[in-house]
Design a protein around this ligand. Structure first.
Ligand code: OAD
Length: 261
């Protein structure tokens, strides 16, 4: 029996309030309510595009035009998306002094758009393009137009500065993520299936360092039975609304989605 009488939301809120030292690890599920499809599952990107054909560095080097068919869709969808109430909820937790960092696998920039300040982008960001030959970088909006393949001044095809399969995680992001995971008192794992390495190791690192693992996901994942202490089953926006309500009982206002970018 839990000390709070068995209510997992209340227990999660109690841990967040007592430890005031939480970090969030987010995945595609948190942006689903912003209209960005996740990767796995029937409606996911990998149902439409085989990741081995469209999302590896090898595929990009062999056939950049083909890989840009998938990338163009991601850039357009993410470019029009606005943060939702779950992104706003994490920003509110940061303002309350409860959450100190977000580690995200997402490349959509929606945490920053919602006002989160410390965001570690584990898989990069679609806002920037990079030349894998001369390493020159450009803001995506300066070089990309729908349907076209963006080119570097050196003539080569530009790649979004995101991690494709077969590429390493940016070393600074990996180091900072591991530091945050080792030092946090609570890790909120939100909207990730935790199937991609090394991001899926972050919950284990946090757990081994003594953190409580709170998972927010409508479905169970490989973490749920292994490292998760509390599984809050539901959409990210609804669960964060309930947590914020519990953390500030006088304030029943749910975090509304902030204005678009
Ligand atoms: P997935 O598509 O693998 O998983 C999305 C998770 O979000 C699933 O567990 C869903 O149950 C959950 N979910 C769906 N709707 C939700 C909602 N409204 N609220 C909360 N959770 C919800 O996406 P990721 O785990 O983020 O990497 O995928 C990880 C990596 O795999 C991506 O960063 C990408 C991909 O291949 C690269 O491309 C390198």
């Amino acid at each position: 029996m839990r000390p709070d009488g068995g209510d997992p939301i209340r227990e999660a809120a109690r841990l967040l309030a007592e430890r005031r030292n939480a970090v969030a690890l987010t995945g595609a599920g948190i942006s689903v309510e912003s209209g960005i499809p996740s990767f796995r599952g029937s409606q996911g990107m990998w149902g439409k595009y085989d990741p081995m054909e469209y999302a590896t560095l090898h595929a990009f080097m062999q056939s950049p035009r083909k890989v840009w068919e998938m990338l163009s869709e991601m850039v357009s969808v993410c470019g029009f998306a606005a943060p939702n109430a779950a992104h706003a909820g994490l920003s509110a937790l940061e303002k309350m002094g409860v959450l100190r960092a977000v580690i995200t696998q997402n490349v959509d920039g929606l945490h920053q758009a919602a006002g989160s300040h410390r965001v570690i982008e584990y898989h990069g960001n679609l806002d920037e393009l990079i030349c894998v030959y001369c390493w020159k970088r450009y803001p995506t909006r300066d070089r990309w137009t729908p349907g076209a393949v963006p080119r570097c001044d050196c003539g080569e095809t530009l790649k979004p500065n995101v991690v494709l399969f077969g590429e390493p995680i940016p070393w600074l992001a990996q180091e900072q993520a591991e530091e945050e995971a080792s030092a946090c008192g609570v890790l909120l794992v939100i909207g990730t299936s935790a199937q991609v390495s090394p991001a899926c190791d972050i919950p284990r690192i946090a757990k081994e360092s003594g953190a409580a693992i709170i998972e927010i996901n409508p479905e169970p994942t490989s973490l749920t039975e292994s490292v998760t202490d509390i599984h809050l089953r539901g959409s990210a926006s609804e669960i964060l609304r309930l947590l914020l309500k519990e953390l500030s009982p006088g304030n029943d206002a749910s975090p509304s989605a902030p204005p678009g970018r």
